[in-house]
Design a protein around this ligand. Structure first.
Ligand code: GLN
Length: 509
């Protein structure tokens, strides 16, 4: 598959027309999206018009930008002016945003062309897209398996070659986990690095927008384009945007890489050097690994990735980040608490769906009953309970203390290591219905949630396959605003990774 970089290069130089690039993608979508259902909406007409504008700019000698003519898919919780934005919920049926999200403006201003809006778990709550009100997305590698979630549509779109780039949102892992399950690259930037303006809020203190791409360099380029301070987002960080592309070719000499013991089955005891990782790969899972159900083949790939980094010149060791074992519990109190507040705005008055009732209160109740799916309702109830007088300290307050502990433990780990490694997901893509118990579904987020609690950047890079030949992703975590180091390590992992075959379905045309 051709990279976004190469496409943009060819379009900018006049060697390829953006119009042809868009038609190629639309043909692939037409041929395969009935099976995959990556998209809620395909914006074919808009894409053709935007591509024509890019071609016209090139013909006039103007530069359309670093992503000239590159088709991009947006998760359907990013506001797009005049284009349906549903969050895969019946609640937003018929709602047309009056403005574009800042990331949408930024990436299209760089020449990229919106090709459609991708499916997700309703309001981004889930890890498989099975919670979409419009039916699940299927994993292009195996249509009987989930693509992960909640940005499953964005991950599947890149995996299937429907678009070289996609944007998603990551509140508890929703970029990194589906990237891992679909064999693509996914980045959750530092909280505040990328504007949240126009991202429909789920849990505002965690939500971040980030890119999906087929390789690290494309993801770095997209990240560079969407990063930067935005006065419209009060949590946006006023930091300069580095040249992320420049990080990709740096060497590993002197870099210190810690494998997170609690997330990778490192067992217990004092920190071990990398030699001992090789000499004694943990045969029996550690207690926490067993609890979180990390598949042995996933652990094996992470250790091979660590091995590759050591061979590339990094110093590798085990590191303990004890608070991560409480991450899931803390997140599943704080995120629903914030969601219960954020989702109060869907009252039948201001957005989308309205079911009429005898009075306003009944209208509110009937609208919310009909508009929200079961998982969303469960979270609103859980969050309301966690915030209620008398329980606040015991639940929400305690979860916030765990968040502080997580921050502290990460800071301690980063005093000794530049980046941390773990699996992105405890498991490879599973079959539909296999995790119908909510606790089993929540455990998908074990490895990703800690970086949401801390606000630090993290990304998933494909590294070989696990059970059933499905892709495995290695997670690279870094301290706040250290995306450059994270990308250096990710690029090195990509160079060392065993080649991953493309989904058979996509080679068909
Ligand atoms: N799976 C997690 C949840 O259900 C994370 C979702 C996300 O990152 N949007 O909350």
């Amino acid at each position: 598959m051709i990279s976004a970089r190469q496409l943009a290069h060819e379009v900018r130089s006049g060697a390829r027309r953006a119009a042809d690039v868009v038609e190629d993608c639309l043909r692939r979508i037409e041929a395969h999206d009935d099976d995959i259902h990556a998209f809620n909406t395909v914006t074919a007409d808009g894409a053709r018009a935007a591509a024509a504008a890019v071609d016209a700019a090139v013909a006039d000698g103007r530069d359309p930008g670093p992503l000239a003519g590159v088709p991009v898919a947006f998760k359907d919780n990013l506001c797009t002016r005049g284009v349906a934005t549903t969050c895969s919920s019946r609640m937003l049926d018929g709602w047309l945003p009056p403005y574009d999200a800042t990331v949408v403006t930024a990436i299209t201003a760089a020449g990229a062309v919106m090709i459609g809006k991708t499916n997700l778990d309703e309001f981004a709550m889930g890890s498989s897209t099975e919670n979409s009100a419009f039916g699940p997305t299927r994993n292009p590698y195996d249509l009987h398996r989930v693509p992960g979630g909640s940005s499953g549509g964005s991950a599947a779109a890149v995996c299937a070659g429907f678009a070289p780039l996609a944007l998603g949102s990551d509140t508890g892992g929703s970029i990194r986990q589906p990237a891992s399950l679909c064999g693509v690259v996914g980045i959750k930037p530092t909280y505040g690095r990328v504007s949240r303006y126009g991202l429909v809020a789920f849990a505002s203190s965690f939500d971040q927008v980030g890119p999906f791409a087929a390789d690290v360099a494309d993801a770095a380029l997209a990240l560079e384009v969407i990063s930067g301070h935005d006065p419209a987002d009060s949590t946006s960080v006023p930091a300069a945007v580095p040249d992320f592309k420049a990080s990709l070719t740096r060497g590993l000499d002197g870099l210190r890489v810690g494998i997170v013991r609690e997330l990778t089955g490192g067992g217990h005891g004092s920190p071990a050097t990398f030699d001992s990782v090789r000499a004694r790969p943990p045969s029996a899972p550690g207690a926490s690994e067993a609890r979180s159900g990390i598949e042995p083949e996933v652990t094996a790939r992470v250790l091979e990735a660590a091995d590759a980094l050591a061979e590339g010149g990094a110093s590798v060791g085990w590191v303990s980040v004890p608070a991560v074992t409480y991450g899931l519990t803390a997140y599943y109190l704080i995120a629903p608490a914030e969601a219960s507040s954020n989702l109060a705005r869907y009252d039948g008055t201001r957005y989308g769906l309205r079911v009429d009732g005898a009075d306003v209160e009944e209208m509110n109740r009937l609208t919310r009953r009909a508009g929200f799916g079961d998982e969303v309702k469960a979270r609103v109830m859980l969050g309301t309970f966690a915030l209620s007088a008398g329980y606040y300290d015991a639940y929400y307050g305690k979860a916030q203390r765990v968040r502080m502990l997580t921050r502290r433990d990460f800071d301690a780990a980063y005093a000794d290591y530049d980046v941390l490694l773990s699996p992105s997901s405890p498991c490879v893509a599973f079959r539909f219905g296999e995790r119908s118990d909510p606790m089993m579904m929540y455990r998908c987020d074990t490895c990703t949630i800690p970086s949401n609690l801390s606000g630090d950047p993290a990304m998933s890079v494909p590294f070989g396959v696990g059970a059933a030949g499905m892709p495995v992703g290695v997670q690279v975590m870094a301290p706040a605003l250290a995306e450059e180091t994270m990308l250096t390590v990710a690029a090195a992992l990509e160079r060392a990774a065993p080649p991953l075959s493309r989904p058979a379905l996509c080679d068909a045309g």
